[in-house]
Structures are given as structure tokens and as C-alpha cells.
Design a protein around this ligand. Structure first.
Ligand SMILES: Nc1ncnc2c1ncn2[C@@H]1O[C@H](COP(=O)(O)OP(=O)(O)OP(=O)(O)O)[C@@H](O)[C@H]1O
Length: 230
């Protein structure tokens, strides 16, 4: 693997873009642009990301989600999740602090803008595996994400991959496949994404994905954004 390092001249900008957040921290908005990878279930997002992290172990990071569920044994606040009370999280959602939220088994979960900024402030590219609603929401923020859509060859192929993966019940499989056409329509609409990866052969798709990401990050580094690419 070619491994190279650009660290970069401009220090994290200090004061102008800070904001108090749900986590009670002040954060800088400077740093690499977040990278959104969107695509129907089974299209191969996790597979692409796993390869990317193996090639560049220091470049990327995942934001820490918020949840209203109680911590399980061994789980730490601000490590596994930001554990918060429901009224606090509801107020933050109403205040437009979240990119994406969902409710499972009576608990709220979500990705806050501040959590994404925290990864940026570390000089890492925050990876977001989000759905259409989240993409629409993040587009309305100042996070300026790179938006990539992972396009599978067909819904039949999605079904085949998901069955092979063996992760789904018949019901959850149906749900995923039913959602897929809407996601494909959104993903393939001109202007919604910066890059569409046609994920047919995984090796070809990964090369295209990797090349695009490296090109984008190199451009940012050349503009003085602190990007670690190695
Ligand atoms: N291009 C490909 N060709 C054949 N199989 C693939 C390809 N990409 C991924 N797969 C396989 O398809 C299955 C689904 O891939 P993966 O779990 O990466 O999808 P995903 O988009 O992350 O799904 P989800 O959104 O449900 O997490 C996996 O078993 C993976 O090994």
C-alpha cells in the first residue's frame, strides 16, 4: 500500500466557529470534510469502508452517537455513546442539533452535528453511513460533506447478497428491499451526490471509491486543511 502523510500547515482555526453543544464541550468546526456513504442495505457500504480503514488506519473516524438508553456494563459515556436523558435529547433534536435520529425499543439514538465536528477537530475524516433523510439533513448544515452513493447492480442482486450474508429474517429482508427502490431513485438523481460508485465487482468498486476519496482528501490538504492520509 502506498502510504503517505500530509499534515498540514494551517492550524485548527480557533475561536470563530465554536458552539456550546449537548455534550457540554466547545468544538472547532475546522478540519476535513465528513464523508457520507449512502446506499441501500446490502449494496456493500460496510465492505468498502472496511477496506478503506485497512488501507488508511489513521485517516478516518466514526462520530460517537447519542442515546437515551442506559449504559450497559462496561459502556462509558463519551466513548461508546453519549448517554443522555430523553428531555435533553428531545430539546436538542428540536434545536436542530442532530443530523439523524431513530427510535429503537423505546430509546432515541442519533448523530449530532457536534459529534461530527469533534472528529473533524481531531483532523480525521468523519465517516457517516446514513440514509436519505440524514443526507438531506446534513446538506442543510455547514458541515460540507463529501457525498458518495453506493449503487448496486439491481434489487435482485441486493437480495442475493443479503441472503448470502445471512443477517436478516424474512421480514427484515423484505423491509430492506422495499426501501431500496426509493433509495436508488434518490441516489441516482442528478445533483444529490458528488460521486456514484457502481458496485458490481467489489475490487473494481473499491478501487474507484478509494481513488475518489484520495483525490478529494489530497485537494483538501493542498488547500491547507489538516488531513492525515496514512
Ligand atoms: N460487489 C459485491 N459483490 C458481491 N458481494 C458483495 C459486494 N459488496 C458486498 N458484498 C457482500 O454483500 C453483503 C452485503 O454487504 P455489506 O454488508 O457491505 O452491505 P451494506 O451496504 O453495508 O449493508 P447494510 O446497510 O445492511 O449494513 C456482504 O455479505 C458482502 O460481503
Amino acid at each position: 500500500m502506498i502510504s503517505f502523510l500530509f499534515i498540514v500547515n494551517r492550524a485548527l482555526s480557533s475561536s470563530s466557529n465554536t458552539a456550546a453543544t449537548l455534550t457540554g464541550k466547545k468544538m472547532s468546526a475546522a478540519g476535513p470534510r465528513p464523508l457520507v456513504l449512502c446506499g441501500p442495505s446490502g449494496s456493500g457500504k460496510s465492505t468498502l469502508l472496511k477496506r478503506l480503514f485497512a488501507d488508511f488506519p489513521n485517516t478516518f473516524g466514526f462520530s460517537i452517537s447519542h442515546t437515551t438508553r442506559k449504559p450497559r456494563q462496561g459502556e462509558e459515556h463519551a466513548v461508546h455513546y453519549y448517554f443522555v436523558e430523553r428531555p435533553e435529547m428531545e430539546a436538542a433534536i428540536a434545536g436542530n442539533e442532530f443530523i439523524e435520529t431513530a427510535e429503537f425499543s423505546g430509546n432515541l439514538y442519533g448523530t449530532s452535528k457536534a459529534a461530527v465536528r469533534e472528529i473533524q477537530a481531531q483532523g480525521r475524516v468523519c465517516i457517516l453511513d446514513i440514509e436519505q433523510k440524514g443526507v438531506e439533513q446534513i446538506r442543510r448544515t455547514d458541515l460540507n460533506p463529501i457525498l458518495i452513493f453506493n449503487n448496486p447492480p439491481s434489487i435482485e442482486e441486493l437480495e442475493r447478497r443479503l441472503r448470502l450474508r445471512g443477517s436478516e429474517t424474512e421480514e427484515s429482508l423484505r423491509k430492506r428491499l422495499n426501501a431500496a427502490q426509493v433509495e436508488l431513485d434518490y441516489g441516482l438523481t442528478e445533483g444529490n451526490f458528488h460521486k456514484i460508485i457502481n458496485n458490481v465487482d467489489i475490487d473494481v468498486a473499491y478501487q474507484e471509491f478509494r481513488d475518489f476519496v484520495v483525490k478529494e482528501l489530497t485537494e483538501q490538504a493542498n488547500q491547507g486543511v489538516p488531513v492525515i492520509l496514512n
